[in-house]
Design a protein around this ligand. Sequence first.
Ligand SMILES: C[S@@+](CC[C@H](N)C(=O)[O-])C[C@H]1O[C@@H](n2cnc3c(N)ncnc32)[C@H](O)[C@@H]1O
Length: 234
Amino acid sequence: MRIDIISIFPKMFSAVLDESIIKRAQAKGKVKIFTHDLRNFTLDKHRKVDDRPFGGGSGMIIQAEPVFRAVEAVKKKIKGKSKVILLCPQGKRFNQDYARKLSKCAGLIFICGHYEGVDERVRLHLADEEISIGDYLLTGGELAAMVVVDSVVRLIPGVLGDKNSLNFESFEGNLLEYPQYSRPAKFRNWPVPGVLVSGDHHKISLWRKLEALKRTGLRRPDLLKNKSNRKEQQ
Ligand SMILES: C[S@@+](CC[C@H](N)C(=O)[O-])C[C@H]1O[C@@H](n2cnc3c(N)ncnc32)[C@H](O)[C@@H]1O
């Protein structure tokens, strides 16, 4: 997969892209990630990318021109087709299913807004999709892009060492993950559930399934509802 990120703060990304699993995914050749400074695509000699909103109002709007030029320049470089994604609080809410869908794409181009947002013509005539990471406002699309990139990259086959770690995670099959414990078997006054140290794998697997169901019912009953809706549709 190839990922291109367009932002006025491209340096923000190194903290996430140059560490841990995403760094290793790039080293293994599973994903190529490029950041682009939106200011390199302005026609303005002061590299200005924003202007006041028509009709008045507070704040500045990222102009359409540099964003179109940036995306068009990136598209010219890539052979395959890339999906253009605008990070936007008014977009479709991001979740694990959405991440899985994006992980199958050959290429993704992310546009990070800032200030009061982005000229509407980017949304209307350039973006293929708009993603929101939740019902709250960030100052810019950079953190949102990092959230999406992180959750998508870890789903690319071969990025995580153990395939099973993907199958049993929260939100897979509309369930939350069962409780996890590690050594020591007794910490302070709290022993781990006996079944986990019993060595009986059948019992452990049953316990985990039950705990996952219990926990999902208590914390996220909406997920269980989705699960049964899906079954009915099948
Ligand atoms: C302060 S926000 C603009 C909000 C806009 N004035 C509004 O009321 O809808 C600036 C930029 O941050 C990004 N952003 C903010 N909140 C976001 C969210 N929940 N999900 C995705 N992107 C977000 C978007 O790129 C947006 O263009």
